[in-house]
Design a protein around this ligand. Structure first.
Ligand code: ADP
Length: 242
């Protein structure tokens, strides 16, 4: 545990060092200048903003992870309307995709809900969808599926993106593990997204399944057990499997 803590602190420091160094450099340069044109100032400020955003994402993800580790799992259990949540996430994915114009489709079983934490599930599903958008080249396809799986249920995100080599697959949910560090940083990644997903799923008695082939895309599937699944009939009345 002590060794894990040391590695974690070293990783966090390493992740923060680059943006802090870049910011400090820009501030020093700006302070040393007698005058500066508006265009040049805007260019400098844009870089500073980008580095600040990077630190912000890192701190946000670290706080999310820390909350997942320190609050009791049964803290906020509710019946989560997954189809409704996914409809909103689908729209957000279209916005994030922007000019890359991915073909993003959602297939959701409208009566299928989950017992759990809305906030945590939202965070996990967002991470998986964001990854699909960020690691899929322009024009690719992304499919979001929410369906019954036997007595349980599964949420999957399938993309036609770059895929992941098999040697990386067992490590992807480790903190700060990236298959391609430069690619992840350029895409604004913190290296913490899939560890957040793993933690959230653990707290919902669920697990993450990853299928991927280099160059052929990836499918990330969250598999939920029957006792987490809540079915609503046409009138919205709910029934649980247990
Ligand atoms: P990051 O912030 O780097 O995206 P994650 O923990 O979300 O961190 O993912 C870990 C690594 O897994 C990424 O750096 C990337 O190499 C790989 N990865 C995750 N999702 C995908 C995907 N949909 N397609 C290809 N690679 C992916």
């Amino acid at each position: 545990l002590e060794e894990m803590r040391r590695v974690f602190v070293a990783n966090v420091s390493h992740e923060l060092r680059t943006p802090v160094t870049v910011l400090a450099g820009y501030i020093e340069t700006l302070r040393g200048m007698e005058s500066i044109g508006a265009d040049e100032l805007q260019k400098h400020l844009a870089v500073m903003q980008e580095q600040t955003a990077r630190m912000q994402r890192l701190v946000d993800d670290l706080l999310t992870l820390s909350r997942l580790e320190t609050t009791p799992p049964r803290h906020h259990e509710e019946i989560v309307d997954v189809p409704q949540m996914l409809a909103a996430l689908h729209e957000q994915a279209e916005v994030l995709s922007g000019e890359a114009r991915h073909r993003i489709t959602l297939e959701a079983d409208p009566g299928l809900k989950l017992r759990g934490s809305r906030e945590e599930l939202h965070s996990a599903f967002t991470n998986l969808i964001d990854n699909a958008v960020r690691y899929t080249p322009a024009g690719g396809s992304i499919t979001l599926r929410w369906r019954a799986e036997g007595e349980g249920a599964s949420f999957s995100v399938a993309d036609t993106g770059e895929g992941i080599a098999p040697e990386h697959l067992p490590h992807l949910t480790e903190r700060f593990y990236r298959a391609d560090t430069a690619r992840s940083r350029a895409a604004g990644g913190t290296g913490l997204g899939l560890s957040i997903v793993k933690h959230v799923l653990l707290r919902h008695d669920a697990h993450l399944d990853i299928q991927s082939r280099l160059g052929a895309g990836s499918t990330f599937t969250c598999v939920f057990p029957p006792h987490r699944v809540v079915r609503a009939d046409a009138d919205g009345r709910v029934a649980t499997a247990s």
